[in-house]
Write a protein that binds this ligand. Structure first.
Ligand code: MCA
Ligand code: AMP
Length: 504
C-alpha cells in the first residue's frame, strides 16, 4: 500500500475512533471519526477544484474545526498547507498568494468581496470558510464522500509552507516536509509524555507552528482531545481548566492568568503540564506561577524553520530563564556569529541546530537558504545564547533585528520601509521595548524632512491598510536625529534605552 507518513501517523489511526477530539467553547464535541470524515469531504472538495499533490492551499480563516480539517485534508491529498495570520491585510495577502502561486485561497466570508480581485489577478480559486463552519468550501464538501483517497507521499515531500518575515523586510516561505513535522511531533509527544488520556487547553491561533504543529500534531499523535477555544480569554481558560490536563501558551497567557485572582493551586490541581514558548518567559513569571499554583512551567524554544529545538525536561529540573536541553534527535550548539567557530562553554554566541526537525529551505530562495546554513548542515537561528556545564541553553538576545510581541514576530525593516515612504518622513527606526502584557511593544522613531512638522497619528493612518494591526507601532516619537555610530549605523540600543519606559 502506498504510504503518506504524516497521514498514517496523525490521522489514519483515528479514522474509526469515537473518542472526543475537539471540545468547543459551546460544549459541542467532535469525535476523531467525525473530524476525519470532515477532512475527507474537504479533501474531495479541494481535489474537485483541481488541487493535486504539491499544490499550495492558502487559508486565512477564523479558528474552527473546519479550518483545522483543511490542514488534515491537505495532508491526505498531498497538498501543501499554507496558513495565514487572520490579521494580514489584503496587500500582505497579495504577496503570499503571488509568491506561493497557491491554487486555492480560503478566506472568511467577510473578506470575500475585498479578496475577489486579488484571487482573479492570481488565478486562484476562492472559497469561503466562516468561524461557524459555514461557507462555500463546506457547501462544496457537504455531498462528498466521508473517506479520502490518500495521496502517496515521501517523507521529504512538503506538507506546509509557513511565511516568516525577514530582516530584509520581505517574507520568506519556510518549506516544511512531512518528516520535519512528524519527527518533531514524536520528539515532543515522547518528551512531554502525551497520551490519549490528555486534554489540551487550546487557545492559540492555528496559523502558526505553536498552535498548529506543536499543539495539534502532538495531540493527534497521542490520540487525546483538545478544548478548542477561539482565542485567549482568561474567563474561558479558567472555566475550562478543570476539564484539562495540559496547556500550551505564549508568555502572555501566563501573565494574564497571573493577573486573575481565580488562578489558584486548587484550580490547576489536576493539570500535569503547562508549556510556554514562542517568546521569552521572564524568570519572575516562572517563579510567580509556581508560588501561586505549585506548578513549574516547562519552557521550550523553537522557530518556524526548525519546529521545536530545545526544551526543559519533563522529569528533572525545569530551570527558570533557560530553555533547557536539545530535544531527542536535535543537535544544538553555540557558535561565533561571524565565523561559525566554536565558542568556549559559557560564552555567548549564535544558537545553531541540526536534525530532522530543520526545514527544507525557503520557497524559491536557494541563495537565502544557503546563507542561513553552515557547511556542515547546521541552521543559524539568529538567536544569541549560552550553554552551561549541564547542557542547559539560555537565550540572551537576538543577532537578528526582530521584535516579538505577544508571540508574534515583527520585523522592524518591514515597518521602516513603509514609514520611510510617507510624505515628510526623512527616516525611521523601529524598535521593541518592554511591554507588560505583550513582552515587547513596537515603537517607531522618526525624523522629519526639513521644514516639515510630522503628526504621529496621521502617519499611522497612512500605513494602516498595508500592515497587520499587531505590527503597527503603539508609540510614535518624532526626534531631531537618529543616534548613529561612527560607521553611520543607527544605534537601536540607544533608542531602546531612551524609550524603554513608554509602555510601563
Ligand atoms: C493582538 N493585538 C496585538 C497582538 N495580538 N498587538 C500586538 N501584538 C500581538 N501579539 C492587537 C489587536 O490588533 C487589537 O488591536 C488588540 O491587540 C486586541 O486584539 P485581540 O485579538 O483581542 O488580542 P488578544 O486576544 O488579547 O491577543 C493577544 C494574544 C495573541 C493572546 C497575545 O496575540 C496570541 O494569541 N498570540 C499568540 C501568537 C502565537 O501563537 N505565536 C506563535 C508563533 P486594536 O484593539 O488596536 O485593534 S510560532 C513561534 O513563535 C515559534 C515557532 C515557537 O517557538 O512557537
Ligand atoms: P517564529 O519565526 O515565529 O517561529 O519565531 C521564532 C523565534 O521566537 C525564535 O527565533 C526566538 O527568537 C523566539 N522564541 C521562541 N521560543 C522562545 C523562548 N522560549 N524564549 C525566547 N525566545 C523564543
Amino acid at each position: 500500500m502506498p504510504t503518506n507518513p504524516l497521514h498514517d501517523a496523525l490521522f489514519r489511526p483515528h479514522a474509526n475512533s469515537v473518542r472526543t477530539f475537539l471540545i468547543l467553547k459551546d460544549g459541542r464535541e467532535i469525535s476523531h471519526r467525525e473530524f476525519h470524515a470532515m477532512a475527507a469531504r474537504i479533501g474531495h472538495a479541494l481535489s474537485a477544484a483541481g488541487v493535486g499533490p504539491g499544490d499550495r492551499v492558502a487559508l486565512q480563516a477564523k479558528k474552527s474545526p473546519e479550518a483545522l480539517a483543511v490542514y488534515a485534508a491537505c495532508v491526505g491529498i498531498g497538498a501543501v498547507f499554507l496558513p495565514l495570520n487572520t490579521a494580514y491585510t489584503p496587500s500582505e495577502l497579495d504577496y503570499f498568494v503571488g509568491d506561493s502561486a497557491a491554487k486555492v485561497l480560503i478566506c472568511d466570508g467577510g473578506s470575500e468581496t475585498q479578496l475577489r480581485p486579488l484571487a482573479e489577478r492570481h488565478g486562484v480559486t476562492l472559497f469561503t470558510l466562516n468561524g461557524d463552519g459555514s461557507g462555500t468550501l463546506v457547501d462544496e464538501a457537504r455531498a462528498m464522500p466521508d473517506a479520502m483517497d490518500i495521496a502517496p507521499r515521501a517523507a521529504s515531500d512538503l506538507a506546509a509552507l509557513l511565511y516568516t518575515s525577514g530582516t530584509t523586510g520581505r517574507s520568506k516561505g519556510a518549506m516544511l516536509t512531512q518528516d520535519n513535522l512528524l519527527s518533531n511531533a514524536k520528539a515532543l509527544a515522547g518528551s512531554w509524555r502525551f497520551t490519549d488520556a490528555d486534554v489540551l487547553l487550546h487557545a492559540l491561533p492555528i496559523f502558526h507552528t505553536h498552535g498548529l504543529f506543536v499543539a495539534t500534531n502532538v495531540m493527534l499523535l497521542a490520540g487525546g482531545s483538545m478544548i478548542f477555544l477561539p482565542g485567549l480569554d482568561v474567563d474561558d481558560l479558567i472555566a475550562n481548566m478543570p476539564r484539562a490536563t495540559t496547556m500550551m501558551g505564549v508568555p502572555t497567557f501566563y501573565t494574564r492568568l497571573l493577573g486573575d485572582i481565580r488562578l489558584t493551586a486548587d484550580l490547576v490541581r489536576h493539570m500535569r503540564l503547562f508549556v510556554s514558548g514562542s517568546a521569552p518567559l521572564l524568570a519572575e513569571t516562572h517563579a510567580e506561577f509556581e508560588r501561586r499554583t505549585g506548578k513549574r512551567i516547562l519552557e521550550r524554544y523553537g522557530m518556524t524553520e526548525t519546529n521545536m529545538n530545545i526544551s526543559n525536561p519533563y522529569e528533572g529540573e525545569r530551570r527558570a530563564g533557560t530553555v533547557g536541553l536539545p530535544l531527542p534527535g536535535v543537535e544544538a550548539r553555540v557558535a561565533d556569529p561571524e565565523t561559525g567557530g566554536t565558542v568556549p562553554q559559557g560564552g555567548i554566541g549564535v544558537i545553531e541546530v541540526r536534525g530532522r526537525n530543520v526545514f527544507a529551505g525557503y520557497w524559491n530562495l536557494p541563495e537565502k537558504t544557503r546563507e542561513e546554513f553552515r557547511a556542515d548542515g547546521f541552521f543559524i537561528t539568529g538567536d544569541l545564547g549560552t550553554v552551561d556545564a549541564d547542557g542547559y541553553f539560555t537565550i540572551v538576545g537576538r543577532a537578528k533585528d526582530l521584535i516579538i510581541s505577544g508571540g508574534y514576530n515583527i520585523y522592524p525593516k518591514e515597518i521602516e520601509m513603509l514609514l520611510d515612504e510617507l510624505p515628510g518622513v526623512e527616516e525611521s527606526a523601529v524598535v521593541g521595548v518592554a511591554h507588560p502584557d505583550l513582552g515587547e511593544g513596537v515603537v517607531a522613531v522618526l525624523t522629519a524632512k526639513k521644514g516639515v512638522s510630522l503628526d504621529g497619528e496621521a502617519l499611522l493612518a497612512g500605513i494602516r491598510d498595508r500592515l497587520a494591526r499587531f505590527k503597527q507601532p503603539r508609540h510614535v516619537a518624532i526626534v531631531d536625529e537618529l543616534p548613529r555610530n561612527t560607521m553611520g549605523k543607527v544605534q537601536k540600543n540607544q533608542l531602546r534605552e531612551r524609550f524603554k519606559g513608554v509602555f510601563a
